[in-house]
Design a protein around this ligand. Structure first.
Ligand code: SF4
Length: 254
C-alpha cells in the first residue's frame, strides 16, 4: 500500500483558494430505477459502451489525481451497482492507501447483498438516494416496488459499519409532507440526511420547475416540527439551485 503523502507540494486549489481533495468518478449512466424527475421509462439515450471508460482506465486516472493530492474518491452513476464486476474497481481503489475515504452513491436496490463485500473492499461511506419513506410514494417516484429492499440495504450498510447518508430530493406535492419524518428517521436509524433541491436535467426541464422547493422552504417545514439544534445524526440541504456564488461549501448542516 502507498503511504499517505505528507508534503503540500501536490495540492489542487480551486479559484477561491480552497483545497480540492475530492474526486467523483461516474462509472455508468445506466440505472435500474426510473425516477420520473431524472429519466423517462423508455427512450433514454444511453452512452454507447465503447465510449465508457474501462476500470483500468479509471484506476489510471484515479492514481494521477491521488498523486495530485486527491484523498477522497466517490463512485457514482447512474447506478454504480448495475455495472458488471464493479467490486473489482472498489477492491483496487481500496488498495490505494493514500485515500482517507472511499465512498459511493447508490439507489440502494443492490445494497443489501453488496454492503458486506464493499466494506471489505475498503469502502467507508455510502450515500443512498431515498425520496420517500412511504412505499407507495417511493413507487410513484421510482417506478419500482422495492422500498423495503432499499430500507433493508440501509440497515445492512449500518450493520457492516458503513457511514450512511440519505439523499432526499425535495419534490413539491410529492414528498413535501415527509421532511420532518426524514429527520426522525435519520435520528432513529443513525444515518445522516441531506435534502437536495431538484435540478433541471435533460429529461425533466418541463417538470423540474413545478416540483421545485427551495432549501429555505425545506428548513421552514422542519422547523415547524423540530428546533434545529445539534442532535444525534445530521441533516443538511444542498442548494443546487438557490445558492449562486462562491465562496461556499454548497451545503448547510445542523
Ligand atoms: S436512482 Fe438516481 S440515477 Fe437512477 S433514475 Fe433515480 S435519480 Fe436517476
Amino acid at each position: 500500500m502507498d503511504e499517505p503523502k505528507k508534503d503540500t507540494e501536490n495540492v489542487l486549489l480551486d479559484g477561491c483558494g480552497r483545497v480540492i481533495d475530492y474526486l467523483r468518478i461516474s462509472v455508468t449512466d445506466r440505472c435500474n430505477f426510473r425516477c420520473f424527475y431524472c429519466m423517462p421509462g423508455s427512450g433514454v439515450g444511453f452512452i454507447p459502451a465503447r465510449h465508457i471508460l474501462r476500470y483500468e482506465e479509471m484506476l489510471r486516472i484515479a492514481d494521477v489525481f491521488i498523486e495530485m493530492g486527491i484523498r477522497k474518491i466517490r463512485i457514482t452513476g447512474g447506478e454504480p451497482l448495475v455495472r458488471k464486476n464493479i467490486l473489482f474497481l472498489f477492491r483496487e481503489l481500496g488498495k490505494r492507501g493514500a485515500l482517507s475515504e472511499l465512498a459511493f452513491t447508490t439507489n440502494g436496490a443492490g445494497l443489501q447483498e453488496h454492503a458486506g463485500p464493499l466494506k471489505q473492499a475498503g469502502v467507508n461511506r455510502v450515500n443512498v438516494s431515498l425520496d420517500s419513506l412511504d412505499p407507495k410514494t417511493f413507487e410513484r417516484i421510482t417506478g419500482l416496488d422495492c422500498h423495503a429492499r432499499v430500507v433493508r440495504g440501509i440497515a445492512a450498510s449500518r450493520e457492516h459499519g458503513l457511514k450512511v447518508k440519505l439523499n432526499v430530493v425535495a419534490l413539491k406535492g410529492v414528498n413535501d409532507t415527509e421532511f420532518a419524518d426524514f429527520v426522525k428517521f435519520g435520528v432513529d436509524k443513525g444515518v445522516d440526511i441531506r435534502f437536495i433541491e431538484v435540478m433541471p436535467q435533460v429529461y425533466n426541464t418541463r417538470i423540474a420547475g413545478d416540483l421545485f422547493i427551495s432549501s429555505d422552504m425545506v428548513r421552514e417545514k422542519i422547523q415547524k416540527v423540530y428546533s434545529l439544534t445539534p442532535i444525534r445524526g445530521e441533516f443538511s440541504t444542498l442548494r443546487s439551485r438557490t445558492l449562486q456564488a462562491p465562496p461556499c461549501n454548497r451545503e448547510d448542516a445542523v
